[in-house]
Write a protein that binds this ligand. Structure first.
Ligand code: ZN
Length: 439
């Protein structure tokens, strides 16, 4: 029997209390290796709109593409794994989708690009799946069907890779330990082909989660070869189970490609907007910054939160500055209206900042004193007078450039500065390379 191509999409198997969809993928792939299956690409890890309320950590789905001569058997196997390992009792709503044809329905791509920036109801996914009579499976309310369908329809136009290493089950929930200097050295040696492993300013590890999930560390970068050698430089003391390399849209700014619709300004949508600063930024006690811009004649409230550190930039904005911003719309609360939470500020044009001061006495090089309202000014020394105040230019402390958050405040999709304005090649998948390893 000839082999058939099978796309598999999985989402929402995890909960904040444990497990992880990428670990499930690792388990499934290890199992499938015992079957007569060809792997046709790196497993995919795609992060969708991060600005929706009920995302499981990161809103990430996993998918893989294989060829098999027994799709029925493979489907059943994968289904068993999803059933067995999903953390349903802690709130996971797993979805599993199979697409057997080489041709993926057009609606999959549409759903996928929509899922990147807006809120999607699970019925939208269910409708598409039923219409095409596809095999799918879900538990709970089936929220995971959105990601599971979307990842199959996802088209990469930029990509990064992540090597995720996994702990042995006996270690789950225990404290992780890594030597900082090794990670620091690794980053220095491999930058810019790896990124966001270490925050040198804060002397802080970024590649290690803290929760109970099976991931020990994750190294992100531009190609699998660098990731493999980087992982060997870290050498943790703990004996790990193995690793798996994913192809991902992390670090690509994928959710900030579309323009925000200022008329609907719908909560939980993400995107970008050009506008003109319309109010003096207000710095709250907690250090957050709020201001408004006018975009397409609409007033838009913007918020910048302290951990991003771009509050330092936001507070220097003045009325008239032309900026491009991107982020997600937060829903209104009892006391606050809808607001755009900023994930970057790109300053396009800076307004001149000036203040008026009392005129200078050219003879004495001293500022004159006001003689009273509408009475003009006079030098106290030589009695010289003048009626005109002087306009003084104040230097701006910010520049016409792009500002993104501090590396410690990066989200999965945040595009690191060194990845801007660069074309990144996709890597040809070699099934015989070390894209998966069991120690
Ligand atoms: Zn004078």
């Amino acid at each position: 029997m000839s082999k058939q191509i099978l796309h598999i999409g999985i989402d929402d198997t995890d909960s904040p209390k444990g497990m992880c969809t990428t670990f499930l993928a690792y388990k499934i792939i290890n199992r499938l290796k015992k079957e007569n299956v060809d792997f046709l690409d790196f497993p995919n890890l795609v992060r969708f709109n991060p600005n929706i309320p009920w995302k499981t950590r990161g809103n990430g789905a996993v998918g893989f593409k294989i060829s098999t001569n027994n799709p029925k058997k493979i489907k059943n196997l994968v289904k068993q794994y999803v059933q067995q390992y999903s953390d349903v009792k802690n709130g996971a709503n797993p979805g599993l989708v199979f697409c057997q044809d080489g041709k993926i329905p057009e609606e999959f791509s549409k759903l996928s690009s929509d899922a990147m920036w807006r809120l999607i109801h699970r019925n939208e996914a269910k409708k598409i799946l039923s219409k095409h009579n596809l095999d799918f499976f879900y538990l709970g309310n089936g929220q995971g069907l959105i990601g599971a369908t979307s990842i199959i329809g996802y088209n990469f136009d930029d990509q990064t890779y992540e090597l995720l290493s996994y702990r042995k089950p006996s270690q789950f929930g225990k404290k992780r330990s890594l030597e900082k200097y090794k990670v620091k050295q690794m980053q220095e040696k491999t930058y810019p082909n790896t990124f966001n492993s270490f925050d040198s300013q804060k002397n802080k590890l970024l590649l290690m989660p803290h929760g109970p999930d099976p991931v020990f560390f994750g190294i992100r970068g531009e190609n699998s070869r660098t990731l493999i050698s980087a992982s060997k430089m870290i050498k943790p003391k703990e004996k790990l189970d193995g690793y798996l390399i994913f192809k991902s849209n992390q670090g690509t700014g994928d959710h900030l490609k579309n323009k925000i619709n200022v008329d609907t300004f719908l909560p939980y949508t993400s995107g970008v907007l050009n506008g003109i600063v319309n109010s003096k930024p207000i710095v709250t006690k907690g250090g957050h910054v709020f201001f408004t811009i006018v975009a397409q004649k609409k007033k838009i409230r913007c918020a910048v939160y302290k951990p991003t550190k771009i509050t330092n930039i936001a507070k220097e904005l003045i009325v008239g500055d032309k900026i491009k911003v991107g982020g997600g719309i937060r829903k209104a609360t009892r006391t606050l209206p809808r607001i755009l939470n900023l994930e970057f500020i790109h300053i396009l044009k800076l307004e001149k900042k000036s203040k008026s001061v009392n005129p200078l006495c050219l003879k004495c090089k001293k500022r004159m004193k006001s003689k009273g309202k509408n009475q003009g000014f006079q030098c106290v020394r030589c009695k010289n007078t003048s009626f005109q105040k002087e306009i003084q230019t104040i230097p701006r402390l910010i520049k016409k450039q792009l500002y993104i958050p501090d590396v410690s405040a990066h989200r999965h999709l945040t595009k690191p500065i060194q990845r801007m304005n660069q074309k990144h090649k996709t890597e040809k998948f070699n099934p015989n390379s070390e894209w998966i390893s069991n120690f």
